[in-house]
Design a protein around this ligand. Structure first.
Ligand SMILES: CC(C)(COP(=O)(O)OP(=O)(O)OC[C@H]1O[C@@H](n2cnc3c(N)ncnc32)[C@H](O)[C@@H]1OP(=O)(O)O)[C@@H](O)C(=O)NCCC(=O)NCCS
Length: 204
């Protein structure tokens, strides 16, 4: 039987990472229609409330139950508002490796929420689940996401040339697909122990 991640919630100083609930549908749909999210991820566009409902009711739970990873809603501890999503995917249970994807709602960006949530997930993954590698893949032009990778201590390991399709605005206000390079970032348990960790030895 394929192993699965447990059904968990993770609390950080400012955030709670928890499974999605039906009440998240409108905010999730808003977040997924944002310009940067459309540009840098492969979410369906336009992202309707029907997509959000199917993601929350069927696709997100299946990621965990079928052993591929886990999807967590990122919420503000104080206000309970949905600020983002973190998603572990392509989990390899033999190698104990997995990949993380994330989106933060436009109004909540620049507060360090992406770094805080991905770092907490990495600490749980390495500490509780005894994983050995977390991978992150960013399109070459996605500077904000690269900042997040660097902030949590990921090492840039190489470039996959021509490996991804991103979306760019056209003059008439539509979107067009463009091929782009992908930067591969890796985080290992020992990277969190480094004395010079950018977020100040979070593992201690
Ligand atoms: C990438 C994303 C999740 C970052 O969320 P966030 O909560 O704002 O991230 P953080 O606040 O933790 O860190 C963002 C960092 O990028 C920097 N940044 C933001 N936009 C930037 C830009 N256009 N150019 C350079 N740096 C930028 C911020 O200053 C911050 O760095 P700092 O803390 O050193 O100042 C968010 O922009 C997003 O949802 N983008 C669309 C979806 C996406 O790209 N997902 C990742 C796919 S790999």
């Amino acid at each position: 039987m394929t192993p699965t991640f447990p059904d968990i919630s993770i609390s950080t100083e400012r955030l709670v990472l928890r499974p999605f609930e039906e009440a998240d549908i409108p905010e999730l749909a808003d977040m997924m229609n944002d310009e940067l999210t459309v540009a840098w991820t492969s979410v369906p566009h336009p992202y309707t409330t029907l997509e959000a409902r199917d993601w929350i009711a069927r696709q997100a739970p299946a990621e965990r139950l079928e052993g591929r990873g886990i999807v967590l809603a990122v919420t503000e501890h104080l206000t309970h508002r949905l600020v983002g999503i973190v998603h572990l995917m392509h989990t390899n249970w033999r190698a104990l490796t997995t990949e993380v994807g994330y989106v933060i709602a436009p109004w909540a960006r620049g507060e360090g929420y992406a770094a805080e949530s991905v770092l907490a997930l990495a600490q749980w993954l390495f500490g509780d689940q005894k994983f050995e590698r977390l991978e992150l893949r960013t399109a070459a032009g996605n500077t904000a996401s690269q900042q997040v990778a660097q902030k949590i201590g990921c090492i840039s390991e190489g470039i996959l040339r021509n490996a991804v399709i991103v979306r760019s605005r056209t003059e008439d206000g539509g979107w067009t697909d463009i091929r782009s390079d992908l930067i591969v970032w890796g985080l290992l348990p020992e990277d969190l122990e480094e004395p010079g960790h950018p977020m100040g030895n979070p593992a201690r």
